[in-house]
Ligand binder design. Structure first.
Ligand SMILES: [Zn+2]
Ligand SMILES: [Zn+2]
Length: 367
């Protein structure tokens, strides 16, 4: 108990800079909540290099709202030194440490670890990971579903299991999807993005997921001190209760932030851009037909925009970038003074399909 208390105290006496992030990573569309999640995380309880408390601290530092502890059920290379028959231990330790604060939630999970044709499968929001430890992987997946878990395919592009790096569904995976025993797929895992996995997600109506699959330190792998970040799956839910977040995951209401890319179904990405890229009023200097307005990026990612309309800009080309949390003034040559302009754009780093970027329109009004 004393040992536990010490650990607990230490966690919440972290320096204040850890909690100093005031702006959210992305603004939520009106009437909805955004939850920044990482649903694929390892600790020493499988083949990770750190104790679960480090996972909590990393997630807090990086602005996450929810993490799932998903150690391998069947692969425990540290078991000689750290015997751990209970597959719920990393979750139990992390969730005890998370008690008493509201920022970060921890949920239980497990990685079902097989060769192809099943490959690696994560189950999150499960109740008891021990019951998933079975000889037959299909039986593990059935148990995860019996526990009302959210189940997804991990890294279908993994070059240890797909030497060409191309994600393809095996007949067993197709069958699991058809039976609705698999609900999502990682299109982003660690430092990789799979356009083929995105295609699989869209064709089979699976939830689009992107995770760190972290084994070492996120700071090192994702070069966070140099401005990097881990892959994050944002869940767009109607409320912030855990059941509402889970429901939204099942409904496919997610998008993934990976490097500079935003990856998601159009219906999910569009409201995110509309609430994070805001346009100011249109002004014309006396006697000129050059309109001026400001675009503000309220998000943590750079926005790489291409204007697809027929006007031209006075100081920019058709392609320009707006860095995170910053403004850009645009001057547009409209030939006559207009009361409003409809501006069609393509978000070049917004991916709604392997061959399609997010398209949207902004309206700029004269006061
Ligand atoms: Zn794996
Ligand atoms: Zn893993």
């Amino acid at each position: 108990m004393i040992k536990f208390f010490k650990k607990f105290t230490f966690l919440f006496l972290l320096p204040s800079f850890v909690f100093s992030q005031t702006e959210p990573l992305f603004k939520a569309p009106k009437g909805s909540y955004l939850t920044a999640t990482d649903l694929h995380i390892h600790t020493v309880f499988s083949d990770g290099s750190v104790w679960p408390d480090i996972r909590l601290r990393e997630a807090l530092r990086e602005g996450l709202d929810l993490i799932a502890m998903t150690d391998h059920l069947e692969y425990q290379p540290h078991k000689e030194d750290i015997p751990h028959p209970d597959r719920n231990r990393s979750y139990q330790i992390a969730s005890e440490l998370a008690k008493g604060q509201e920022k970060l939630r921890v949920i239980n999970g497990a990685e079902i670890t097989r060769e192809m044709p099943i490959g690696h499968v994560n189950a999150v929001f499960i109740k008891d990971a021990n019951k998933l430890l079975r000889n037959n992987a299909i039986s593990s997946i059935n148990e995860a579903n019996a526990q009302q878990g959210f189940v997804f395919m991990n890294h279908p592009n993994w070059d240890a299991q797909r030497s060409d790096g191309i994600a393809r569904l095996s007949p067993v995976q197709e069958d699991l999807i058809k039976k609705k025993l698999i609900h999502g797929v990682e299109v982003v895992n660690e430092t990789t993005f799979s356009e083929e996995a995105l295609k699989i997600a869209l064709e089979n109506n699976l939830t689009i997921i992107g995770n760190s699959d972290i084994h070492g330190l996120t700071d090192w792998l994702f070069e966070i001190p140099k401005g990097g970040h881990r892959p994050i799956t944002f869940v767009i839910s109607e409320g912030k209760k855990i059941n509402q977040i889970k429901k939204a995951l099942f409904q496919g209401k997610t998008f993934v932030w990976f490097k500079d890319l935003l990856i998601g179904k159009e219906e999910n990405l569009l409201p995110i851009i509309k609430s994070n890229l805001l346009v100011g009023n249109l002004k014309y200097a006396n006697g000129k037909q050059i309109g001026e307005f400001t675009l503000t990026n309220h998000s943590a990612t750079l926005l790489n925009l291409r204007y697809t309309g027929s006007f031209s800009f006075h100081e920019d080309g058709k392609v320009f970038q707006i860095p995170p949390y910053s403004k850009k003034v645009l001057k547009i040559k409209t030939l006559t003074n207009l009361d409003y302009i409809e501006l069609p754009f393509e978000l070049m780093n917004g991916i709604v399909d392997p061959n399609e970027n997010l398209k949207f329109k902004l309206i700029v009004n004269k006061n």
